[in-house]
Design a protein around this ligand. Structure first.
Ligand SMILES: N[C@@H](CCC(=O)N[C@@H](CS)C(=O)NCC(=O)O)C(=O)O
Length: 414
């Protein structure tokens, strides 16, 4: 597995913290929905595995290459996968699409996987759905299918955004089985993805680019029309849902990425990304004491600072729920059941933090958050997938957390 050191990570937790400097602001009103909505495609997440958009199931017309080689987990991708291959997909992207900052600050816009304190960059498909369709991927109902895992924190971000914004009415959903083995994510124990006929997620990657070496990550957005991946870049996907698909947001949907607050959201989210979202993995997968010490210190330094911040604010930016909250929440939801124990992030539990724990419970009650928090699947994934090293295959019974306990944060002013 090729490993690349990432200079930006050496400074994790040491950069000037944006925490504490944001003024309170209210969200901007959501735009009106466009005509042409289809009926809801998602009717609940706990029991859904494959739901095409618009309630209709496109025929499994695709013939996908079989997965014969285990995921080449360490391969770095020198080339960009953002453009459709010539002749097989929509026209090339225009330069009109650009989002501010984001995890692109890391250089790739994708999650760096961690090994022994060093990181490898993950290859990424960076196609873009755009309002005007200039990218070749037009924003339109019933054209795209989201592939995600309820166990995966990066998937949960996108699932939350879709539900909060009402985009589950126009984008279909296929959930993978929570346990992945050396062949990667698979589509349920009783068959295949009804949309494409694939049995493994890797088949979707290979259908898009037969030479793609991996990794085969969720979440990804699939173009039903072109039969190819649009994007597996989580940050771009989230922001794309918020900006480019705004015409399809439900009435009253929050503005999760208000233009006036984007730089604040991004600087806070970048800190959270380096020290918390990926910090727990750096701690959990560290193979030497110094790497672990550094990672775990960064995790708790940021959590402590967030605890302080959330004593004065209901959400990270104040009274408004934003993309920053969506980026933090999936890590919090997994903290006590998984990261505390399996990844040795055990200086404090989430439930030891009065504010953070109340904040997580508050978010849990909002559309998209609680319903995408499937603790059983989360535990199955981390304690049974070989990648995370629990050789006993035992899933711990606890912890017993009262996610539904009143949080009392609705009356906070900020
Ligand atoms: N490409 C994503 C990364 C998402 C990701 O790392 N997903 C994990 C699950 S939580 C995955 O699918 N891993 C499979 C693998 O690395 O082989 C990004 O933009 O950050």
């Amino acid at each position: 597995m090729p490993r690349r050191s990432q200079p930006h990570l050496a400074a994790a937790g040491r950069s000037a913290s944006p925490i504490g400097s944001f003024p309170f602001a209210e969200g901007t009103p959501a735009s009106a929905p466009a005509p042409g909505f289809r009926p809801p495609a998602w009717t609940g997440l706990q029991d859904s595995r494959a739901r095409p958009p618009g309630g209709t199931r496109p025929p499994p017309a695709l013939r996908l290459p079989a997965v014969t080689v285990p995921a080449a987990a360490g391969s770095a991708l020198p080339h960009d996968h953002g453009e459709p291959p010539s002749g097989t997909g929509p026209p090339a992207a225009s330069g009109a699409f650009s989002y501010l900052g984001g995890d692109a600050n890391t250089g790739t816009g994708s999650l760096p996987a961690v090994a022994g304190g060093l990181l490898r960059r993950q290859g990424t498909f960076t196609g873009r759905v755009t309002r005007d369709g200039s990218s070749g991927f037009a924003a339109e109902p019933a054209r795209y299918q989201l592939y995600a895992s309820l166990a995966c924190p990066w998937s949960q971000r996108i699932l939350i955004a879709c539900r909060l914004l009402g985009l589950d009415r126009i984008i279909g959903l296929t959930l993978t089985d929570p346990v992945a083995d050396e062949r990667g994510w698979r589509f349920s124990d009783d068959g295949s993805d009804p949309i494409t006929g694939a049995r493994f997620l890797a088949e979707l990657y290979r259908a898009t680019d037969p030479h793609y070496p991996g990794p085969f990550t969720v979440p990804l957005l699939w173009d039903l029309r072109a039969g190819r991946i649009v994007s597996n870049d989580v940050t771009q996907l989230g922001v794309m849902l918020e900006i480019e698909l705004r015409a399809f947001h439900r009435p009253g949907a929050p503005d999760l990425y208000p233009s006036a607050r984007r730089s604040e959201i991004e600087s806070l989210a970048t800190l959270i990304y380096h020290t918390v979202n990926t910090g727990v993995y750096k701690a959990g997968l560290a193979t030497d004491q110094a790497s672990y010490d550094q990672a775990v210190e960064a995790v708790f330094t940021t959590l402590d600072a967030l605890e302080e911040r959330l004593a004065r604010r209901r959400f990270l930016l104040g009274g408004m729920l934003t993309e920053a909250d969506i980026r933090l929440y999936p890590t919090l939801a997994r903290f006590d059941p998984v990261y505390y124990q399996l990844f040795n992030c055990n200086l404090r539990r989430l439930c030891d933090y009065q504010q953070l724990w109340g904040y997580a419970r508050d978010l849990y009650t909002h559309p998209g958050f609680g319903e995408t928090t499937d603790l059983a699947q989360i535990k199955r994934h981390y304690f049974l997938s070989p990648e995370w090293g629990n050789t006993s295959g035992i899933i711990p019974a606890g912890p017993q957390l009262s996610w539904n306990e009143p949080h009392g944060r609705a009356r906070m002013l900020g």
